[in-house]
Write a new protein. Structure first.
Length: 196
């Protein structure tokens, strides 16, 4: 059995007037995605699954083009639903994100509860961990919901201390055990050295 690489999309073009799910990669984000495909860990990927949000799809398409693979879209792997709150300026966004992780059973700022998002992503990707085929699987998604999945897989309580340090990161899961092999690491770095 191979590994599963959970990849969060890199930097995006922020448009306060558009649905966050439609935001695309910025020039920097696209450059980082293109650097990602030159990393040694990418070569073993044989299957690509993505959230259906534009920024994730665009990242997955860069990966797919480099590997000659198709992209599978899964709606239930999207980011923590914050559509009820609308666009929040950075400081306010961070405060609500902190509250979301600090009280996972509450709807912080109208956002989807962290426990519900964790359950959703866990159920949506369970079959990939059971995939006994050779080679690696890449899932392209989002930092918040990815962190919730990481916490579930690692058997640790939901806490923002496990969140990615910025957009465009990856963690690796051993599909045989279903456990993370390392914490978030930038997508444009090499190596598999565990680092928490």
């Amino acid at each position: 059995m191979g590994r599963l690489r959970y990849i969060s999309h890199p930097q995006v073009v922020v448009d306060p007037d558009a649905d966050v799910r439609s935001w695309g990669l910025s020039e920097l984000g696209r450059r980082r995605a293109e650097r990602m495909v030159t990393r040694s860990w990418v070569g073993g990927i044989r299957r690509i699954v993505t959230s259906d949000e534009t920024k994730a799809v665009e990242t997955a398409e860069v990966l797919a083009a480099a590997l000659g693979l198709e992209v599978e879209r899964r709606r239930d792997t999207g980011e923590i639903d914050r559509s009820a709150a609308g666009f929040l300026p950075p400081g306010e966004f961070e405060a609500v994100a902190d509250a979301c992780f600090a009280a996972p059973t509450a709807r912080a700022g109208g956002w989807e509860r962290a426990v519900d998002a964790q359950r959703r992503i866990t159920e949506a990707l369970a079959d990939l961990l059971a995939d006994a085929g050779p080679g690696d699987i890449a899932v392209v998604g989002h930092g918040g919901v990815g962190t919730l999945w990481y916490c579930h897989l690692a058997g640790i309580p939901i806490a923002r201390r496990w969140d990615q340090p910025g957009q465009g990161h990856v963690f690796t899961i051993d599909r045989a055990t279903g456990r993370p092999l390392h914490h978030w690491r930038p997508i444009d770095e090499d190596g598999d050295t565990p680092s928490r």
